[in-house]
Design a protein around this ligand. Structure first.
Ligand code: CA
Length: 531
């Protein structure tokens, strides 16, 4: 529906409701369920070879699954900032983890609030500044731990910063769900529609399973991905020069070979009972070479899947409540992740790259009566489009400076003829964790062009003949024409999204702080040497 028509429609609906004396605003609720680092390869409805997710699958089975949902910048904080603002990182000011989100800028919670929605954020936030625009929040501080988190809320008896900290005991995935259910049951205004952002920490590194899932997958061999032993030949230098290999970069804490911090004595006893025998067996085996890589892969992926098992179970609790309470009928349920993830593909864990596993992210949407159950689309959508979708669902205006586009028409089975045919990506965090070089690029249905611009190295992939992206055809004469077209498209799309390479970073960022600390140390060292 065009914007003006939508607004008129909403106003009419509201006027009619007031006219007939109905206090309740019947616009749909929006439940945005967000995971952190959840690979689509580890969701049943995406054809997972490694696990089952019956509750998450319900959303797709009763709604639509998106097979080409992409992120603009594959890392936690930046993805969240994009979803709040509908703007690429270079415009919203949060380009890499360690930046501080400028809460003074326009965001979707503020806009929905102005449109008469109540807004709540529960769980992971990870943007450093306090949330703005949310009537209620109860968030993890920073990354937040898997067990016994202290969380920060704007409800209750608040301190000078306008918030208070609450210490919780238990498993974080369950605690976040308890808080979400409590808000739905006891604390929301039943006369208003809501946006609830229910955001898990799981399955983020270091993948600590919950007490109920500690022994899941014991005795099972999880299949390895085809590209676990990738040698990175056939691509530009960055793929080889990263620091995110299962074989070399998982540490003892990741692999649960050292005691995990922050557990209560009771939790530790349960933990040790599960891991003690497995670790003794590992120590006795004295594995080396390929056998050691295989063991690391199994340990890593099983812990990751155990974390997802808890997410699946807890999302199930929320879906059940929606059913029992009658809310399900008028609530749009969205499941996504801040980006995709490597489950051993290319030998990796982590994210960051414009390669498919981390560039793509899961997206399933259920909306009874509007979205046809069991539908699948390959339309190219992006996390950049999420806030525009929320606003259109609410019948609110979509500001012109938002850069995405609501995919509501796609949800209801009417793909616009002028829908985007390419997506743009830009990753910035270098130097940084896992040493992934800065890059930007463009992907069409069939091809992907990547520019590692600080190195001036390029890659071009034919996703039809090489879906695993193992061989760049950048220098292949057979692709000369494709290359010309893709470079032209890259220039066009960078202009479209106003990315000329400049970035307006907001507030202090960790890399700068680290630099300052290093400089201070250097000065102190020189000082000592002089004395
Ligand atoms: Ca993440």
């Amino acid at each position: 529906m065009p914007r003006v028509t939508t607004t008129i429609y909403t106003l009419l609906t509201l006027t009619l409701l007031v006219g007939v004396g109905m206090a309740k605003d019947q616009r749909p609720n929006i439940l945005f369920i967000f995971a952190d680092d959840h690979a689509y390869q580890a969701i049943g409805c995406y054809g997972s070879r490694v696990n089952k997710t019956p509750n998450l699958d319900r959303i797709a089975n009763e709604g639509m699954r998106f097979d080409r949902c992409f992120v603009t910048n594959s890392i936690c904080g930046p993805s969240r900032a994009v979803i709040l603002t509908g703007k690429y990182s270079h415009l919203n000011g949060f380009v890499r983890n360690g930046n501080t989100f400028n809460g003074g800028q326009q965001n979707v919670a503020k806009l929905l609030g102005q449109a008469g929605y109540q807004t709540a954020l529960i769980g992971k936030w990870h943007l450093r500044s306090e949330p703005t625009g949310f009537d209620y929040y109860h968030r993890l501080i920073g990354q937040g731990p898997y067990y016994n988190p202290t969380m920060r809320t704007n409800a209750g008896d608040l301190g000078p910063g306008g918030f208070r900290d609450v210490k919780h005991t238990g498993y974080t995935t369950e605690i976040i769900t308890d808080l979400a259910l409590d808000w739905l049951k006891n604390n929301r205004d039943r006369d208003k529609p809501f946006l609830m952002m229910y955001q898990h920490k799981a399955p983020h590194r270091n993948w600590q399973p919950g007490p109920k899932q500690l022994t899941h997958y014991d005795g099972v061999t999880v299949p390895e991905p085809e590209t676990l032993y990738d040698d990175y030949s056939g691509r530009a230098s960055p793929a080889k020069n990263q620091a995110m290999e299962v074989a070399r970069h998982l540490n003892k804490n990741d692999l649960k070979l050292v005691p995990q911090r922050g557990l209560t004595p009771e939790q530790r006893a349960v933990w040790d009972k599960a891991y003690g025998p497995k670790n003794e067996e590992f120590a006795a085996a004295k594995l080396e070479g390929k056998a050691l890589i295989q063991w690391k892969y199994q340990r890593y992926v099983k812990d990751y899947l155990r974390c997802i098992d808890s997410v699946d179970e807890n999302v199930g609790r929320v879906l059940d409540y929606l059913d029992e309470s009658g809310l399900a009928e008028n609530t749009v349920v969205i499941y996504s992740s801040d980006q995709g993830w490597y489950l051993g593909e290319h030998g990796w864990f982590d994210k960051r790259w414009m390669y498919e596993e981390s560039f793509r992210t899961p997206l399933m949407v259920r909306w009874p009566g509007k979205v046809k159950p069991g539908t699948v689309t390959d339309a190219m959508v992006m996390n950049l489009d999420f806030p525009e979708l929320f606003l259109e669902i609410a019948g609110a205006d979509i500001p012109d400076d938002m850069q995405g586009r609501s995919f509501l028409p796609i949800l209801v089975g009417q793909q616009p003829s002028d829908w985007r045919q390419s997506v743009y990506y830009h990753y910035y965090e270098f130097p940084g964790a896992h040493s992934v070089a800065k890059h930007y690029g463009v992907r069409t249905k069939r091809h992907k062009l990547i520019h590692f611009y600080d190195l001036d190295e390029w890659e071009l992939f034919d996703l039809e003949t090489d879906p695993n992206e193992l061989t760049s055809v950048y220098a292949d004469p057979a692709y000369a024409d494709v290359l010309v077209g893709m470079k032209k498209e890259l220039t066009r799309i960078r202009k479209q999204y106003k990315d000329d390479g400049s970035v307006v970073e907001f507030g202090p960022s960790r890399p700068r702080k680290v630099k300052q600390q290093q400089a201070k140390k250097e000065r102190a060292k020189k000082e000592r040497a002089r004395k």
